[in-house]
Design a protein around this ligand. Structure first.
Ligand SMILES: [Zn+2]
Length: 339
């Protein structure tokens, strides 16, 4: 099969990879119909994370092609969505809704779904069948549900977004934008997007942002407080993962408020005293997308949300190198790869 391999930072190639095979009776093999490039794929692309001939990709939708003997909940021919972590959905961590930290978790990034086919471990727990036949727009949205929408949704949930709340969103990448969509859907009264890029600001407003704050750091925090009678936001979504973004998120949140942080942390170090004084609730980490998939699929298939609008470039898998380049150079927010 054809698949994406990152040989080194900045060196993405589509080449021949071995076809996946069923390794465990709980595995399924899917024929990937669409995949995409994640903001987190840019960390190795830019040399921040080490990379050496690594298969890429952890977002996917597709059609079940083979199933192991123990797979019961999906059948050959089903159209399915899964998340970036394979999970059994039965252990105590999964039952509590934190499938991304399942006791038997398998990271899909190690398998690499930017490929024609992918092995899905723990298929019964991981894959969710889509009812009916999705339209082209719904297909894009289902792919978004696989990671960015599910992650933005978790961030909003972790930040305790709800009716009447004021929400601040740090980060205007795909996940931040999906956090805005989630906050709107959850009934937030005011959604403040922190963004200094005109194109992203327009998307943020399209997804439900009511205010834009362009300043960063202390100035950004001051502006959020100014917009909230000096209190700060009830709920803040952190979708970047840097020292600056994390400090900004905590600083923008009122005492007793909640921060949902989903940007993959790189070099973040929190000062204990600052954290003590902040008096905020912190919940984050790799998003348990699987918890939200049934609800998100329902919202997408009934056209109540259109997260697929976050994809502003679609390319065939063979042009994956250009997809990475476009996202690295910020010419695209999120690139879908079709097969
Ligand atoms: Zn589990």
């Amino acid at each position: 099969m054809r698949g994406v391999i990152m040989h080194a930072p900045g060196d993405v190639r589509v080449e021949q990879r071995p076809d996946p095979v069923l390794e465990e009776p709980t595995d399924a093999i899917i024929r990937v119909t669409a995949t995409c490039v994640c903001g987190s794929d840019l960390w190795p692309y830019r040399g921040t994370d080490d990379v050496d001939r690594h298969p890429m990709g952890h977002e996917y939708i597709g059609i079940v092609d083979q199933i192991g003997d123990d797979v019961k909940s999906v059948a050959i021919g089903d159209f399915v969505v899964g998340s970036f972590v394979a999970s059994d959905n039965t252990c105590e961590i999964c039952e509590a809704g934190f499938q991304s930290r399942c006791a038997h978790q398998v990271m899909m990034g190690g398998i690499g779904t930017q490929a024609e086919k992918a092995r899905i471990p723990l298929a019964d727990g991981t894959l969710v069948k889509v009812p009916g036949t999705p339209t082209e727009e719904q297909t894009k949205s289902l792919l978004a549900a696989s990671d960015v929408l599910g992650t933005g949704w978790f961030a909003a949930d972790a930040a305790a977004v709800g009716p009447g709340k004021t929400v601040a969103v740090v980060g205007d990448g795909a996940v931040g934008l999906m956090g805005i969509l989630a906050a709107k859907q959850m009934g937030a009264e005011r959604i403040i997007a922190m963004s200094r890029h005109a194109d992203r600001q327009a998307l943020a407003k399209q997804f439900g942002a009511t205010d834009i704050v362009e300043e960063r750091g202390e100035d950004g925090i001051a502006h959020i407080k100014e917009l909230t009678n000096g209190y700060g936001a009830h709920s803040t979504i952190e979708a970047v993962g840097t020292q600056e973004s994390m400090q900004q998120a905590i600083g923008a949140t009122r005492p007793g408020g909640h921060v949902g942080f989903v940007g993959v942390a790189h070099g973040v170090e929190l000062d204990g005293t600052d954290l003590f004084v902040a008096t905020v609730n912190l919940l984050g980490g790799p998003a348990p997308v699987r918890r939200f998939l049934p609800e998100l699929i329902e919202l997408i298939m009934t056209d109540q949300i259109n997260p697929g609008a976050v994809f502003d470039l679609t390319l065939p898998l063979e042009e994956a190198a250009e997809a990475y380049k476009a996202m690295d150079e910020r010419r695209a927010t999120k690139v879908m790869l079709t097969l």
